[in-house]
Design a protein around this ligand. Structure first.
Ligand code: PMP
Length: 307
């Protein structure tokens, strides 16, 4: 996906011009991968103007990820949220994707190195449907990847670190090479984990199941949103270990993620999922997108207007 430059980037304390947001090749994060990040979306809503979706939850996850690796972040939760609002506002973007990075900069060598302060930036840019407009409309064809996700006790899957996406790259590149839109990674034990950049939900007999946090998944904010909305709709959701073969007998399957939003999966490894009818996925999609067109009441204050 090509980068669409805008005017300003929020970097280490304020807005600077896009071209000036550069870093040294001896940046610790570049040498050792010490970079925590978030991806958020701002939606153009008819009733509340431009709003960042679950800005608070993303700020909290960023602080969790950075904290796990002892990466100091100059801003607290409210400061991070404010920087995100400001960078969207400054660039005059009605809707956008926001990428926030908290990482170790220039000054020390070695994986152990302590830093008094970390670097921080927030970037907002125009962004459409991540898996394509057609995917959003018709659903996608996916495969099981031959690559496993990181195992427990190795690299924490629940911290959103740039380096975790090496696994995502292998899964995604392999899937595309074989003509699929996306791949699903299995956990170290062969049970189902998640997509390269998405959490997975499976519908069977009117109930939803999704892999647990222990299956090397990211604790997705869209995942949490969908679990909450399913509760509102009276649909049972359980987080449980899923054997691969369970997927082929599913009635419906879908991915969630900030970029992927809620995307229906229509086939797995060339086998059609269910009978093509997806009432539960459709109901959840309607409730999810309803937040941004005003049809779903924002009962939990998940829309953060940029002001
Ligand atoms: N899993 C992975 C590996 C991801 O990269 C993402 C996208 N951030 C997700 C799940 C979904 O998380 P969220 O809903 O918080 O965007």
């Amino acid at each position: 996906m090509p980068i669409q430059p805008v005017k300003y980037i929020w970097m280490n304390g304020g807005l600077i011009e896009w071209e000036k947001a550069t870093m040294h090749v001896m940046t610790h994060a570049f040498l050792y991968g010490t970079s925590a990040f978030e991806g958020l979306r701002a939606y153009d809503t008819p009733h509340k103007g431009t709003c960042i979706f679950r800005n608070d939850a993303h700020a909290e996850r960023l602080l969790y990820s950075a904290g796990l690796y002892d990466i100091p972040v100059a801003l607290d939760r409210d400061g991070i949220m404010a920087a995100c609002r400001e960078v969207v506002r400054a660039n005059g973007l009605a809707s956008s994707y926001i990428r926030v990075n908290a990482y170790l900069g220039y000054g020390e060598l070695g994986p152990y190195s302590s830093f008094d302060k970390g670097e921080f930036n927030a970037i907002a840019f125009p962004f459409g449907a991540y898996l394509g407009e057609e995917a959003a409309r018709d659903g996608i064809d996916v495969c099981i990847s031959s690559w496993r996700r990181v195992a427990p006790g190795t690299i924490p899957a629940s911290a959103k670190m740039a380096g975790n996406y090496l696994s995502s790259r292998l899964i995604s590149r392999e899937a595309h090479k074989h003509g699929y839109k996306e791949g699903i990674g299995l956990a170290h034990d062969g049970t189902v984990s998640e997509g390269a950049g998405e959490n997975l939900f499976v519908v069977k007999d009117g109930k939803i199941v999704t892999p647990p946090l222990a299956a090397s998944i990211l604790n997705g904010i869209t995942r949490n949103t969908i679990i909450t909305f399913a509760g509102d709709l009276g649909i049972e959701v359980s987080e449980q270990t899923i054997p691969r073969e369970f997927l082929y007998g599913a009635d419906e399957m879908f991915f969630t993620g900030t970029a992927a939003e809620v995307t229906r999966i229509r086939s797995l490894d060339g086998k059609k999922i269910g009978n093509g009818k997806t009432p539960i996925t459709d109901a959840l999609r309607q409730k999810f997108f309803g937040l941004f067109n005003g049809e779903t009441e924002d009962e939990r204050g998940w829309l953060d207007p940029i002001g």
